[in-house]
Every structure is written in C-alpha cells, then in structure tokens.
Design a protein. Sequence first.
Length: 400
Amino acid sequence: MVELKSFVKKEVVLCVAVILAVISMFFVRPDEEYISYIDFRTLAILFCLMTIVASFRAIGVFKWLAERLLSKVDSLPGIVLVLVLLCFFMSMFVTNDVALITFVPFAIIVLGEVEEKNRSKWMISCVVMQTIAANLGSMLMPIGNPQNLFLYGKAVQNESYHVTGMWDFIRFMLPYSIISLILLLLFVLISGILWKNDTLIHNKENDDSNKNVVRDEFVINYPKTKRMEYIIAYGIFFVISLLAVAHKIHYIIPFIMIFVYSFVRNKGILVKVDYSLLGTFVGLFIFIGNLGRIPAFSAALKSIMKGNEVITAVLASQVMSNVPAAVLLEKFTENLPALIVGTNLGGLGTIIASMASLISFKYISREKYVAKGRYLLFFTVANILFLIVLLGWFYCGKFL
C-alpha cells in the first residue's frame, strides 16, 4: 500500500490519464476503433528523443556545457543569465522537462554560494526564470515539448494549416520566442541593478578552483572510447530522428535503430526513458477518442472552441496542464496553429499549467533557505506577467 501511494504521488498525471481512460470505456465499449485512437508516430518519436537525450546526459554533455559557460562569468547577474539562457535554448532541443531536470540542480548548487541573507531571493528568482525560460524556449521547435511534437504531426498531415515543414512551425512561433527572450533578459538586467551589491562567497572546501564544478548524479563514468562511441552514435540518431519529425523518413526507422542499438550496446539507458509520459499519452488518446464518439460532448466543445482556441487552451492548461489540453482540444478545432499558440502560452500561469514546472518546485522545495509559499507567490506573479504580455501580443496581431 505504501509503494502504491508513493507511485501515485510520483505519477499523478499518468494515474489520472489511466483513470479517465477506464471511465470513458463505460460510455464507449472497447472495439476495433480503439487502435485508431493511438498516435503511434508521436509515441515512437518521443521514445527516440527521450533515449537520445538520456544518453547525452549520461555521457555528461550537458554537465560539460554548463561548467564551461559558468567558468566564463563571476558576477551573480552573469551567472543567473547563463543558467536562464541554458534552459531557454537547450529546451528547444532536449524538451523543457529535461532542461529543468538538468540545469535547475546546477543553479541551486552554484547559488548556494551566495551570502546566506541574500541566498533565498537569488535562488527563487533564478529557478522561477529558468522554469519560464524552459517552458517558453521549448515552444519554438516541434521537438521542444510533447504537445508541440503531437500538434506539429497533426498540422503537417493537414495541408489546410499551411504547416508543411519544421521551418513553417519555427517561423510561426518565432515572434513569441523573441518577446520571451527579451522579457527574460530584462528580468536579469533589472535584478542585477537592484541587487548589484550581492556577491558569491567561497569557503575552504569550495574555493575558486572548483566553484563551477557541478554535480549531476545522472552522469555515468564511461570509458573514453565508449563515451566517444555514444556521442557519435546518438548524434547520428538525433539527425535521423529530426528527419522523421520533418516527415522526410518514416518514424519506424529511427525507432528500430535506436531501440536495437541501445538494447545491444547501451541497455542501461533504456531504463532512463520516461515511460510514464508515453503511458500518459496512451491513456489520454483513449479518453479523448472516446469523448469524440459522444455526440453531445463533441458538439458542445466544438461550439466553445470556435474562434476561441487560444484562450480556451490557456484556461484548460491551468487545470490539467498543457499536454493533456493539447490532446483533448485537438479533436475539436480546425484552427490548429491557434491551438499550438494556446497550449504553449498555457504553460504559463499555475504551477500545474506545465508539468515541467513541478520539476523545478520539487528541487527548490528541498532547500532549507527557501520558503515554499514565497516561491509559489513569485512563480505565479511572474508567470501571469509573462502570460499577459504574450497574450497581448497575440490579440494585437489578431485585431490589427
């Protein structure tokens, strides 16, 4: 019973998705149409990308990158800028979840060297901005987050959406990414001005020679030859996976290649894949597929969505997070580009609007110097401000 409670607490979204799928089966009995609910392409590409990213992290690629960048700066605003921009740009390629899992612990370790009286405010502000940066940076690329990968695949399949390739998607989301980057830079600039007298301290055990050495328990000490083999192999797999995302090759090709290679040469990395996310998608596919076969619900949601895709997606994301919102609402709108904007902006707001935000909260809540209430207040206010600006940009463009 204790293990079950621990599992449910850890995998809340997966458990909810499974429960909803089971409940929906009482309204629409299982039949041959169930198999058509499952988007195997999204699941296969997600598996590929998660395996590749897990491999790069185990090799120590992200740790090496963080250490090299942090070694170039000494001022607190400069360090925060590096930590925030790492999340912003890396999330475009490794997903917002992985960016936060990788770089938030780095931030906590490095900012642990701030004077005790100022430590809390720097940790809170930096981790909040890292979270916002990861959620907003990831929206630029189809591979940046799970809802983008899912919605991009649907958009490319339907020519009426005018999204024929990855560049169309990037061009569509680029203005929002640029505004997000400007807002993040402004925050770092303002905090540097307001807190310009704050400094780092170093004790005897943590002098200048090792102050930028960051720990990552995920990193495995591979022999040099094996490390180079994995870098080359998974680098090639990443390019092949991008071709599958862009519909240049069939998704089953990278799936088979990565699974077989990992099983034969790097079996341990398969354990690191987030299978709960894949299971969550399967549960949501079944639930949403069944809802679509209930005429009254389908008609009502289509009526609500028409012309209101962005705000509906934003509001839905606040209570169910943006990945389930994307899967739910995709079936009931013909304006998929607006839904892409809505689910990406919908990651801002409440702590559950993007499940990636809970990753940061889990790490920061362990720190004795940080009050959870203060963190949640700053998080909510900052997210709402970013959301207001970005929604304002969308509606200005819509009505001008």
